[in-house]
Design a protein around this ligand. Structure first.
Ligand SMILES: C[S@@+](CC[C@H](N)C(=O)[O-])C[C@H]1O[C@@H](n2cnc3c(N)ncnc32)[C@H](O)[C@@H]1O
Length: 291
């Protein structure tokens, strides 16, 4: 880790320029505020409205189709990209999303499924052991801070039936040293994309300045400001091995971890260059998060 400061204590919350404006904001609050600002409006519906599965998602949906054939809870369903496929596999699909606009769109596009507006931080409305599978795609759980993530894993354990399946993806901590600021993140894949990135530079730079002071780096996980949505979010990053340990602490057994291209990532492997890792885990048959 060379481009982000390493610390075990929350960093200064003072705004780097004004000093005072955000002095009262903690890193946890900054992460949550950023996430609500980006996702709350549902303004990114067009970006997440397609149906195409990425390779790791195709592999996991195919390999665990049996586990996905019952009652499936999909968290952060967005525009229903994954929902479209889950409907073809499951007896029933319930999608939850923070943004009212996403939920409205999904209700219209996928009448075979049920949708609720809600926050994955609070799943208390759902009964214990009522789901065969929980799917949380596109690293949606990375909007959570560390405490919230542990609470989420406890909740997932409570909600799943014995041997139920948890499928999710998360940012790869091994890629943290590859993260760059707005200027160095510009990639010229096409003239149009290059121009668009340059035009968005002022916004990206302001977001970066605002959120950089809230980064936190630990031995095998971190909360980092990355290029997503013009540097407007703070995301949780974790190594494959620490994710496996975290799952075990909450009563899950890792079935497998995949890179975005669908290749397996084994114990001790870092999957350098792959920013998002995909996980499939089963709930242990015992009740209780520390089973
Ligand atoms: C990256 S998009 C992914 C959408 C979809 N799952 C996909 O794979 O295309 C993340 C989605 O999660 C939703 N989201 C963000 N934070 C959330 C939260 N705390 N609770 C529920 N949904 C949330 C956003 O509104 C957005 O629709």
């Amino acid at each position: 880790m060379h481009n982000v400061p390493s610390t075990n204590a929350p960093m200064s919350a003072a705004h780097p320029r004004t000093g005072a404006a955000e002095a009262a904001v903690t890193p946890d609050q900054a992460q949550r505020n950023a996430s609500e600002r980006v996702w709350g409006s549902g303004g990114l519906l067009r970006r997440y409205g397609g149906r195409r599965l990425r390779p790791a998602e195709s592999v996991l949906f195919d390999r665990y189709r049996e586990s996905l054939s019952g009652a499936v809870l999909e968290l952060g369903c967005g525009g229903g990209r994954l929902t479209a496929h889950l409907i073809g596999l499951a007896d029933s699909v319930t999608g939850v999303d923070l943004a009212a606009a996403m939920v409205t769109h999904c209700r219209r596009a996928y009448p075979q499924a049920t949708f609720r507006q809600g926050d994955l931080r609070d799943l208390s409305e759902f009964e214990s052991e009522s789901w065969d599978a929980i799917v949380a795609g596109f690293a949606v759980i990375d909007v959570l801070n560390d405490d919230e993530r542990q609470a989420f894993l406890d909740e997932a354990h409570r909600l799943l039936r014995p041997a139920g399946m948890l499928i999710f993806s998360s940012h790869n901590f091994a890629c943290a040293p590859l993260l760059r600021g707005p200027i160095r993140s510009i990639n010229a894949t096409s003239p149009v994309s290059f121009a668009s990135q340059v035009l968005r530079l002022p916004r990206s730079t302001l977001n970066r300045r605002r959120l950089l002071p809230f980064q936190q780096v630990y031995a095998d996980h971190a909360i980092l400001n990355d290029a997503a949505h013009d540097f407007s979010l703070l995301h949780y990053y974790i190594t494959r091995d620490e994710q496996e340990r975290q799952l075990a602490r909450h009563g899950f057994q890792l079935c497998e971890c995949l890179r975005l291209d669908g290749e397996r990532v084994g114990p001790g492997e870092l999957a350098n260059g792959f920013h998002e890792l995909h996980y499939a885990a089963t709930r242990s048959p015992h009740a209780g998060a520390d089973a």
